[in-house]
Ligand binder design. Structure first.
Ligand code: FES
Length: 106
């Protein structure tokens, strides 16, 4: 388990105990954040698991695959350097202390 801080669309922040080996999306959903729809279930085809990674963490995240990048760049809420699809981020010990904010849905 690692600590991840999640801010929802209303601006409320809650720390969750995130399970390693699961995606960040699954961890956020498992902790009852209804703002993260994740409609495709993690298939990298919907962009409804979009989060903004805190600026201090952006450079520490795993590289993006092309399909993640294309989906994000199509979003009107895309922010260069901080947008990620949370279903494409598998939580490991290096995520301890991560801060993310759920992005508005497109
Ligand atoms: S859940 Fe659909 S792209 Fe992540």
């Amino acid at each position: 388990m690692v600590k991840v801080s999640v801010t929802d669309l209303s601006g409320e922040t809650r720390d969750i105990d995130a399970e390693t080996g699961l995606s960040l999306m699954e961890n956020i959903r498992n902790n009852d954040f209804d703002d993260l729809a994740a409609i495709c279930g993690g298939c990298c085809s919907c962009c409804t698991c979009h989060v903004y990674v805190d600026a201090d963490w952006a450079g520490k995240m795993p590289e993006m695959e092309d399909d993640e990048q294309y989906l994000l760049e199509d979003s009107p809420h895309f922010k260069e350097g901080s947008s990620r699809l949370s279903c494409q981020l598998e939580v490991d010990d290096s995520f301890d202390g991560l801060k993310v904010t759920i992005a508005p849905e497109s």
